[in-house]
Design a protein around this ligand. Structure first.
Ligand code: CP3
Length: 349
């Protein structure tokens, strides 16, 4: 059922909340012993293709931590993978592409997504999870933003300098725009199907957007991202836009129209609120590495995030990026309790 009333969705809409909602990016993953047990040593893409397994993995952190939202267990490369574009996820490294896109002719290998036929397993996972979740716990669907997915397809794998993707956008802007338009359409088709299957909100991961200058972000990434967010907003669910190292881009990213801006740990939330303006909620932004410290330190840093978030409505507590695999799950559980007890943004007195 739709969790139209829970604290996560209320905070996304900048409405009053009974407590500050919290979830963690990468909450379903290697930090959890019950995840490592279930996952075994098979490929993560095989696990994602198994709805019963993926639904269980999605629910594990909800049970363990008492978070206010579940995030679908899938990956940003699943739509391209499911359409037969050769991609693998290498443990400890990330997505690796067999034949990267480097020329206009390579675009022909990227066909449109047929959500039910290609990714029926993802939609089945959504249905299974939606059935199990308490009504006040939201289910977040997601997609990779066109720039970030394109970066894997063009670089062939994770990158430090994004030299090849920047070479393509600057030397052949026509091919670049065609590529991101196709990826935008894939994201729209995937997210529309996820919403129809029962997700309550959508996060668009533009994880690597922070590698772009503001001018390049505006020209080469923003238009396709805006198109995705416009299409999802029309479906009536809140949207979150997130990237890492995006301090200088927060104003531009906000202009793409998300309801919530994801903030990494480099920008204090009060500063972030100024940059994104009063009409957007913020999500973040405890440094994931801080969670490796003793709990007194984590508690101080959590309180510092809550203080910066202030009392105005519209704060979803999260980390500034994904949970690190070596994190003690007990620490994250204690962070959830602390945020629920002490968060003040939009909290009814
Ligand atoms: O709780 C959750 O967030 C789980 C669902 C999820 C996964 N990937 C599963 C996963 C989500 C939301 C993603 C998104 C994703 N995938 C992003 C955006 C978020 C971000 O971190 O910025 C990106 C950039 C990817 C691409 C990707 N997939 C990377 C960089 C990696 C890490 C490689 C590694 O092993 O460290 C993956 C693999 C991956 N996707 C894992 C998980 C749980 C870890 C591998 C495993 O458990 O086998």
């Amino acid at each position: 059922m739709s969790a139209g009333t829970g604290p996560f969705l209320a905070a996304c809409r900048r409405e009053p909340v009974p407590h500050t909602p919290v979830w963690f990016m990468r909450q379903a993953g290697r930090a959890l012993p019950e995840y490592r047990r279930l996952r075994g040593s098979g490929s993560i893409l095989q696990a994602i293709a198994d709805p019963e397994l993926s639904a269980e993995i999605t629910l594990q952190p909800v049970r363990r931590y008492g978070v206010d939202a579940a995030i679908l267990f899938s990956d940003i490369v699943v739509p391209v993978w499911a359409t037969g574009f050769g991609v693998e996820i290498v443990p400890g490294r990330g997505p690796v592409v067999e034949h990267p896109i480097r020329s206009p002719a390579d675009l022909r290998r990227l066909r449109p997504l047929e959500p039910e036929g290609d990714t029926g397993f993802v939609l089945e996972t959504v249905r299974l999870v939606a059935r199990e979740l308490a009504p006040e716990v939201a289910l977040i669907g997601f997609a990779g933003a066109p720039f970030t997915v394109a970066s894997y397809l063009v670089e062939g794998g994770p990158s430090r300098d994004f030299a090849r993707v920047k070479t393509l956008m600057h030397s052949d802007p026509t091919t670049w725009h065609e590529l991101v338009e196709r990826l935008a359409q894939m994201a729209i088709d995937s997210l529309s199907a996820q919403v129809a299957a029962g997700v309550d909100a959508v996060q668009l991961f533009d994880s690597w957007a922070g590698s772009l200058s503001p001018a390049d972000y505006e020209r080469f990434a923003l238009p396709a991202t805006r198109r995705v967010l416009d299409a999802v907003r029309a479906l009536g669910v809140p949207t979150v836009l997130f990237g890492v190292g995006t301090g200088e881009l927060l104003g531009l990213m906000s202009s793409a129209g998300p309801d919530v801006m994801g903030i990494d740990w480099r920008v204090p939330l009060d500063v972030a609120r100024e940059r994104v303006g009063p009409r957007r909620a913020v999500q973040g932004n405890l440094d994931p590495a801080v969670c490796l410290a003793p709990f007194e330190v984590v508690a101080d840093e959590t309180r510092a995030v809550l203080a910066r978030a202030g009392t105005a409505a519209g704060h979803v507590f999260n980390l500034g990026h994904g949970v690190l695999p070596e994190t003690d799950p007990g620490i994250l559980g204690a962070v959830v309790e602390l945020v629920h007890a002490e968060g003040r943004a939009g909290v009814r007195p």
